[in-house]
Design a binder for this molecule. Sequence first.
Ligand code: CAA
Length: 271
Amino acid sequence: MLVKSYLCKKVDMNSSVLLIEQKDGIFFLTINRPDALNALNKEVFDALEQFFKDKKNDFSVKGVIVSGAGNKAFVAGADIKEFIHLDSVEGAALSKRGQDIFFMIENFHAPVVAAVNGFALGGGCELSMACHLIIAGEHARFGQPEVNLGLVPGYGGSQRLVQNIGKTRALKLLLTGDMITATQALEWGLVNEVVPSGEEKVSAEVLLQKIVTKGPLAIQKTISLVNDFFNKAVDGFKSEYEDFGYTLGSDDAKEGAAAFIEKRKPSFKGK
Ligand code: CAA
């Protein structure tokens, strides 16, 4: 059953291209360029980077939901009109910057959910994949159409698509530039849930409301452990036994075990 979204508070760092609202520690980011189908330009990158930098060590943030303004697009890609004038060196720098911002999202301490309310193409598909979970509206469409422009993906798409749906399916999408439906994306494991159009954000919130009842340290470490699997420089099994020990020694784990034994709900403090 869906819960109704109550009124959110606007946050100070709002910019016109990235609307930021907050409710009970859950931040709602809306990329707000509906006339350009929310394409990612420099201003959007600046605002996203600022938000994730500012909140990097802010453990009062319990979760983040990212969506696009309007009901047609989540994000239709990098802003083609902006990058078309760049040379190779500038292009590589743009791509590196996009990757770095998306790494900040992927490594964020609290879960980030993409509420995909329409086209998620190119940089938009890449943004959704940098998030930890994806809720897609029935009308959502996913794809990496860069080859149509004579380009390769620039914000991690050639890597995360393979991680998320496997080489065979990823190559088909990357080489044809085809879009897939939300249902196909669910079947292929690209998204977590498909919901009726218009319910993406509220469904993302329902999912986060469940996660915020869990031990915050455990959530934080779980995100980091799963990311370790893809980090060739790190032994994820070693990280796991270290983090198991770390969480076991935490007040949260003591509270979790006590609550289990006393048959009550735990009250975690994130310590
Ligand atoms: N960049 C800049 N503007 C964009 C845009 C983009 N990625 N996508 C859409 N727009 C703009 C259009 O130019 C148009 O603006 P005007 O009204 O000023 O002409 C407006 O948004 C509406 O778009 P359409 O008229 O094209 O809408 P449509 O319903 O006919 O088609 C669409 C929708 C299929 C999504 C189509 O807009 C489209 O193909 N967009 C481009 C998708 C794309 O190629 N994305 C990848 C970009 S490259 C990339 O992202 C590289 C990377 O990995 C870093």
